[in-house]
Write a protein that binds this ligand. Structure first.
Ligand SMILES: Cc1cc2nc3c(=O)[nH]c(=O)nc-3n(C[C@H](O)[C@H](O)[C@H](O)COP(=O)(O)OP(=O)(O)OC[C@H]3O[C@@H](n4cnc5c(N)ncnc54)[C@H](O)[C@@H]3O)c2cc1C
Ligand code: SF4
Length: 495
């Protein structure tokens, strides 16, 4: 089949690229390896939705099994089950990319119209304070009691019923995401979306893109057909993990040896506080308040933790709650009384994506000493907040778990458990594996998103970011895709 452009992946980055290419009148198709599910398919059950909505059925990890990596799989990508927090890329980060990483056209003033466009498309608004559940109010109380910096967050929801099931897909269709908003706009403009079709190889001659090979599968992943697209433009938006892996599998030229390198993931860990009165953290909007007291965007700073709430549903909680048998059951019976915070690291450690023997993407990532220290400080701060808000007991689920009865005991905590496999770590924000910039020696794609050495290959997802953001990335990814898309349109028109 001959088309003007193929977009690989339909999440935050892919949806915008697809829409903009289609609106420019181009014949464009998006390939998505996961299924096309909508709110009618979501059941609010962890056992059913996690395997259907997440990569590797929710079991994706770094290759040492130390960090769980949650990522979306399906039409809408990770925007289907994300928790809808909306923050722009901070000005300090954009300035850093412009100066140190030599990315052109992305100063705060240059990116502002893209952020505004995306925020308007996705109906971004401040989360109403009356929608703050008790878990988030405990965070606010603790932050205010300590006199720290914090505030209410923004989101992209309309008509939210506060069910608390965001991570399992929204039955009430309240999320203004790629699935509900952007992809239908793309289809209306003439784009085609092929679900259950996995891109397997970018066809090229070493200088320019010639096409793309893909496999159609059934919903069990069995290959049913091989598809070949003739095209001069491929837009990679399969996430910072999927895009780099596909480029590697396709032997895309890589003279700077940077393809797949520079992986950032914002690893995070939780701290739980036990309260006398019920918290019921699984009900209501999961995250609505943040603490930014321990977060700086300056490179090398020791303030590297973004703190918010992180309440899991029962199966997720049971997996990280310390203890076995009767002790574990006793702890689970207290489920309603726990408030849970997370410290997410604005990481400077650099991991990498590579292709495993099974042809699937793999991740190598280990926190450096400075990041381990930064995360430890973040966990310490979470515990301080919980005590300041009235927690009677605080548990840091390290191995072994740390149980504290008062803030005074905090000074004696030995954080050496913050190391690979010493503490359950989760990451939901992969970035940085095909970074952008003007200098072909230090970046993989240009500041316009086109590969330095392969004409017609564009990147329009979290892979582009030269550093981590220190906050939720979706608005940044949608907006950078909006920034890149006109260049892909221009290339498709020129060929
Ligand atoms: C649990 C969770 C909560 C989150 N909460 C927030 C939040 O509150 N706010 C926020 O800003 N961010 C949040 N995020 C992160 C945010 O959703 C992602 O950063 C963003 O969606 C990434 O966009 P992307 O385009 O890079 O990739 P994705 O949205 O992940 O999309 C990539 C798509 O490509 C597909 N794909 C991969 N390989 C192939 C292939 N070879 N062929 C075809 N298709 C392929 C995948 O199936 C997937 O659908 C959260 C993420 C998770 C997992
Ligand atoms: S909390 Fe709101 S957005 Fe989240 S699943 Fe429930 S209704 Fe949907």
């Amino acid at each position: 089949m001959a088309v003007d452009a193929v977009v690989v992946g339909t999440g935050a980055g892919g949806s915008i690229a697809l829409r903009e290419l289609a609106r420019a009148g181009l014949n464009v198709v998006a390939l998505e390896e996961g299924d096309y599910l909508t709110s009618a398919d979501f059941t609010q059950r962890e056992d059913e939705m996690i395997p259907r909505l997440f990569q590797d059925q929710g079991g994706r990890t770094t290759d040492d099994l130390a960090i769980r990596i949650l990522q979306g799989r399906g039409v809408g990508g990770s925007t289907v089950h994300n928790t809808n927090l909306c923050k722009r890329v901070p000005d300090e980060i954009l300035d850093l990319w412009s100066t140190k990483y030599r990315v052109s056209g992305v100063t705060p003033a240059e990116m502002r119209p893209h952020f505004e466009r995306i925020e308007s498309d996705l109906s971004v608004s401040l989360i109403p304070t009356e929608a703050r559940n008790r878990n988030n109010d405990i965070l606010r109380l603790g932050v205010e009691a300590l006199g720290w910096r914090g505030g209410q967050l923004k989101h992209n929801r309309v008509g939210c019923r506060g069910s608390g099931f965001c991570e399992l897909g929204c039955v009430y269709n309240a999320k203004q995401n790629a699935l509900k908003i952007v992809l239908p706009q793309a289809e209306e403009a003439g784009a085609k979306i092929c679900a259950l079709v996995r891109a397997t190889k970018i066809v090229h001659d070493g200088c320019e893109v010639k096409g793309l090979v893909a496999e159609a599968t059934d919903d069990e992943g069995r290959v049913t057909a091989t598809l070949t697209f003739r095209t001069r433009v491929v837009v990679l938006a399969a996430s910072a993990i999927g895009s780099a892996a596909l480029a590697q599998k396709s032997f895309v030229p890589d003279p700077s040896h940077l393809l797949g390198k520079g992986l950032r993931i914002h690893p995070g860990a939780v701290v739980a506080g036990w309260f006398v009165d019920d918290v019921v953290g699984d009900k209501g909007i999961p995250q609505s308040y943040e603490c930014t007291e321990h977060l700086s965007f300056e490179e090398g700073s020791d303030k590297r933790a973004w703190i918010t709430t992180a309440f899991a549903h029962p199966i997720g909680t049971a997996c990280v709650l310390p203890g076995f048998g009767a002790a574990h059951m006793r702890a689970m019976r207290e489920y309603r009384k726990y408030a849970v915070l997370t410290a997410m690291l604005h990481d400077e450690s650099s991991g990498e994506v590579y292709v495993g023997r099974d042809g699937r993407p793999k991740m190598r990532y280990e926190m450096n000493a400075a990041d381990r220290k930064g995360l430890a400080k973040g966990l310490h701060a979470c515990a301080e907040i919980l005590f300041a808000a009235g927690a009677r007991e605080v548990v840091i689920p390290g191995i072994p778990p740390v149980r504290l009865r008062s803030a005074k005991e905090l000074s004696s905590v030995d954080y050496s458990f913050v190391r690979p496999a010493g503490l359950p770590l989760t990451a939901v924000h992969p970035m940085g594996t095909m970074r952008m910039g003007d200098d072909r020696r230090t970046s993989v794609v240009t500041s316009e998103g086109e590969h330095h050495h392969l004409r017609g290959l564009f990147v329009a997802d979290g892979s582009l970011f030269p550093t981590s953001l220190g906050g939720p990335p979706q608005i940044g990814i949608y907006s950078f895709s909006h920034h890149i898309a006109p260049h892909a349109v221009a290339r498709a028109r020129r060929v």
